[in-house]
Design a protein. Structure first.
Length: 227
């Protein structure tokens, strides 16, 4: 029986048993005054590492073939098969402290992007001009294709609580907070721009990721933003 036909745990166990057995033979030979068999001390670990690599790659290829045969789309970085239902985003989560945006489908992670914010990212947005990105639970309520940035999707800030608090402060709560790509005609600068917070409070992705976001996320999807 070949190693590939065994479960992965049995493959590693078999190699461990062989390695221990070989060391036992060498110890007995030394105790008996005989010349031990010249076996490199790294031989078996290297063989085991090779088997692990081959096993993982072949397993990935098998899963990819099954995914494509079923009509799905294989996502190599996350090692998941996206079917039409699976790729439906049900929640967008933004972690401002980590600079990450994650897309979830029924609790399962299907995408993760690096994102940037306004110049003062920490803390909730309370008024216009503070260059903060709001925190809390909101909805993505419409898409916009004709802004100053490469595609965009609106976050429904301010909500009633935001307006009420701004009224107490006697300030404008601001608004027009979007998820968007790079400034028009400057997408080629994204390798630089996506390393610091440059927006006025919006959430920015590079243009390629923005295309992916717009394809996967429907109007009405919940977005959760936190520090």
């Amino acid at each position: 029986m070949g190693y590939k036909s065994l479960p992965f745990e049995q493959v590693t166990k078999k190699f461990e048993e062989n390695f221990v057995h070989s060391q036992s033979i060498k110890t007995n030979q030394l105790c008996n005054g005989t010349t031990p068999v010249k076996t490199s001390i790294i031989k078996y670990p290297l063989i085991l590492l090779t088997v692990v690599i081959i096993y993982n790659f072949s397993d990935s290829f098998i899963n990819q073939d099954r995914c494509l045969d079923s009509g799905g789309r294989w996502h190599s970085s996350l090692q998941i098969c996206e079917t039409e239902e699976y790729s439906k985003v049900t929640l967008v989560k933004v972690d401002k402290s980590e600079g990450k945006m994650a897309l979830f489908s029924h609790g399962k992670l299907i995408r993760q992007y690096n994102v940037v914010f306004g110049a003062n990212p920490q803390g909730h947005k309370y008024q216009e001009g503070d260059e903060k990105t709001p925190e809390g639970n909101y909805k993505l309520d419409y898409k916009k294709e004709d802004s100053s940035f490469y595609r965009s999707m609106h976050i429904n800030y301010p909500n009633s609580s935001d307006r009420a608090y701004a009224d107490k402060l006697d300030v404008s709560p601001g608004g027009f907070i979007m998820v968007h790509g790079q400034r028009n005609y400057l997408g080629w600068l994204s390798p630089v721009m996506q390393h610091f917070n440059w927006t006025d409070g919006c959430i920015a992705l590079d243009n390629e990721e923005m295309d992916d976001f717009m394809e996967l996320v429907n109007v009405g999807t919940d977005i959760q933003i936190e520090w």
